[in-house]
Design a protein around this ligand. Sequence first.
Ligand SMILES: [Zn+2]
Length: 248
Amino acid sequence: MSRIQELHTAEDKLRALYHLQKIDSKIDEIRTLRGELPIEVQDLEDEIEGLNTRINNSENEIAGLQETISNHQANIVNAEALIVRYTKQQDNVKNNREFEALNKEIEIQKLEIELSRKRIKDTFRDVELKTNYLQQAQSRHAAKMRDLEIKKKELAQIIEETGKEEQQLLKESQVSRPHIEQRLITAYDRIRASYRNGLAVVAVERDSCGGCFGKIPPQRQVEIRQHKKIILCEHCGRILVDEQIEED
Ligand SMILES: [Zn+2]
């Protein structure tokens, strides 16, 4: 930090800007690292909520099917009781017509029993299918809960680990800024905001701009190395420096 004091020369200004860029890039890095985890945690929580709804619905459906089975079982018991009653009544009939009428009633009850048995069988099959589906949702739910727990721990850890570093870097960034003239800071912030990677000051790498990789003519590279003035990339407008400036 002591390197940034009185910034009269272009070289000092460039060095200060490059230094500020490095600090701000580290802050960006921390925020990117943390930035994706809360989204992952949120996605998992949403998925778990969806699975909860699915599990609840399946349980309700299965309960409904079981009620259907119970109703048919009661229906069978009822029909069997009626058959017993009608059979007894046949002993006391006065004529053949009454006997036949009771026979018809008995046949109807037998059909009722047959129908209920078929419904019970079909419903049991549905219960089996729904139970399979429910078990799948439950095991998926359990796996997602484990994932969520891991992600939440990771996030808490990252916040704990990087929180202090981020605060320190923010302080350094704030301390650096007043040493650089406002005109340059404004330009720096404007360029930084216009690029997703937040790079406003870049080094020349392999004869190219480190931000957009556009070629830099040899004469310009010489000027950049001289640190006599602030030079912008003609392709992307970023401020160009050479790596060496930090070591001077
Ligand atoms: Zn460029």
